[in-house]
Design a protein around this ligand. Structure first.
Ligand code: 2PG
Length: 251
């Protein structure tokens, strides 16, 4: 609720802390790797940032991947909000990186060249080649996805199309109920949500990167439009440096 009585909704987006594969510079996607030690620290600091900003999440939504789940647990524990209700869904998972999952970003860039590398990594509508079912980094027999229409590779457009139904059916109702909502997810699933919220066009979104472990606060008006375009990172200077590091991965 704004001071002037207008209804606003409070949303916090949180990308997981650094994972082991972020540290090793590997395409990760749906591979369920743990947080690195640095990532654990980032998640706890994310909780401190929530406390410092006086933000008390009422409900948390996560993907089905442990790096997002653990980040939410650590941040909320630090913020003494570990007890709030949680909902998890694969529709908040990282973008499925197809046959690139498990591959080194620098090696792929050197093998295929900068242009193809960036098309696969940041174009809106060019997915990487599909992953082979049954291969080492495929999720086709993973019980957590049994019976679900899971992808074998995704571009950002695909991510937006599968994340939006969950956004509308589960996140929006929590916001409309006046809850402060925390969404703990991934670089590309959050890029999809940000594209939707801020109405970013298909070309411009390729230049937008999300740093690990720094809460991004959105106040939304009654039409679910951000009152501050792009939201506000709770540690803006750390976010700026971390965004540049994500953009330069593979170099
Ligand atoms: O590997 C991945 O799954 C993602 C996020 O870490 O990488 P990128 O930023 O290259 O899309």
């Amino acid at each position: 609720m704004g001071d002037d009585g207008d209804m606003t909704y409070t949303l916090v987006l949180l990308r997981h802390g650094e994972s082991d594969w972020n540290a090793k510079n590997l395409f990760t996607g749906w591979v369920d790797v743990p947080l690195s030690e640095k990532g654990t620290e980032e998640a706890l600091r994310g909780g401190d940032l929530l406390v410092d900003a006086g933000i008390e999440p009422d409900v948390v939504h996560t993907s089905l991947l442990r790096r997002a789940i653990m980040t939410a647990n650590l941040a909320l524990d630090r913020a003494n909000r570990h007890w709030i209700p949680v909902k998890r869904h694969w529709r908040l998972n990282e973008r499925h990186y197809g046959a690139l999952q498990g591959k080194n970003k620098k090696e792929i860039r050197e093998e295929y060249g900068e242009e193809q590398f960036m098309l696969w990594r940041r174009s809106y509508d060019v997915p990487p080649p599909a992953i082979e079912p049954g291969s080492e980094f495929s999720q086709d027999t993973d019980p957590r996805y049994a019976g679900e229409p899971i992808p074998a590779s995704e571009c950002l457009k695909d991510v937006l199309e599968r994340a939006l139904p969950y956004w509308e059916s589960d996140v929006v109702p929590d916001l409309k109920a006046g809850k402060t909502v925390l969404v703990a997810a991934h670089g590309n699933s959050l890029r999809a949500i940000i594209k939707h919220l801020d109405g970013i066009d298909d070309d411009t979104i390729s230049g937008l990167n999300v740093p690990t472990g720094i809460p991004l606060l959105y106040e939304l008006d009654e039409d679910f439009k951000p009152t501050t375009p792009g939201g506000r990172y709770l540690d803006p200077s750390a976010a700026e440096a971390a965004i540049a590091a994500v953009a330069n991965q593979g170099k």
